[in-house]
Write a protein that binds this ligand. Sequence first.
Ligand code: AMP
Length: 358
Amino acid sequence: MGAGQLGLMLAHAGTRLGLKCRFLSPDVEAPAGRIAELVVADYENDAALAHFAEGLDVATYEFESIPLRSVRTVSETVIMRPPVGALETAQDRVAEKECFAKLGIPIPAFVPVGSMRDVRSAREHVGFPAMLKTRSLGYDGKGQSVIRNDDDIARAWVALNGAPAIVESLVRFARELSLISVRSIDGETAFYPLVENHHSDGILRFSLAPAPGSPGALQTQAEGFAHRLLDELQYVGVMAIEFFEMDGSLLANEMAPRVHNSGHWSIEGADTSQFENHLRAVAGMKLGSTEMSGAVGMVNVIGREPDLGRLREMADVHVHMYGKTPAPRRKLGHITVTADDMDGVRSRVAQVRLALSA
Ligand code: AMP
């Protein structure tokens, strides 16, 4: 369910596993439709959901903001992996944070808010500066703003247009990391190396894998948190957890119950890509190795078409374009660079970013 670039890359992995994939999206131009069967219909259209589900062995979702009811409807006739409950938890920041807290996974201080007065009094609970975020449907920095003082409160609250929200303390993190993990139907788990992520304006710009200078203890801590979450949710498939690193330990920001932008490097960089491992898990196969050798960087192509000719001439540079119409802040593709070590990756990432900004 969903047929964006994540669907496109799942379809590529499906081809290599000999699986036949069908996608559902309201967008007739959805990227996965370029290479796989696409049912074009609104997610709320029950007849289309039944048509989509007809004859499937297993269903999954690649789009987090998909209406929960639609996923539940399909799950009544087809095995749904990851389970609907994982999506339900991830769709509501309060449920997600309560789940983290219950499992002893550290999170920034937060408080749910439903009025401007609540936002004002949030100051006592979480301190300012803080971030106001919608409880649901927020991605790539949408539905978020920083509040530093009383003047910011009214502006930020009005921008949300009455949507239920949370106020969360602004974390002065050293860096952002993510962990891509996968759990099979037998409960077997595998983890990719932690990835270092660089955002601006709430959008992921580039990632480095493995996260440079990360002690084994950090990886162990992240895997421990992921393990608890995967088991709690009886999860099957790939899950990403985004972390803030502060003073050598991790605070969880959010989870994504799907393949994730910060795992795209695994197509070239790991023995088995996150896309193949997701399909292996949901289709009940044995997981593939998540080992990597050397170092990898991934740079997102955002907003406008790049000079592909220039990128293709560069050594160890792999171009992935999703066939989407350019629009501001839209992810149109990504570029993966590989090298023997992180110094090599850093210089290639810098060259690619320069080429993209030209
Ligand atoms: P999110 O949609 O929660 O993943 O937020 C998008 C990006 O905004 C994150 O990757 C961070 O760069 C930034 N961000 C989100 N929450 C916080 C926070 N509590 N403190 C500092 N930065 C944040």
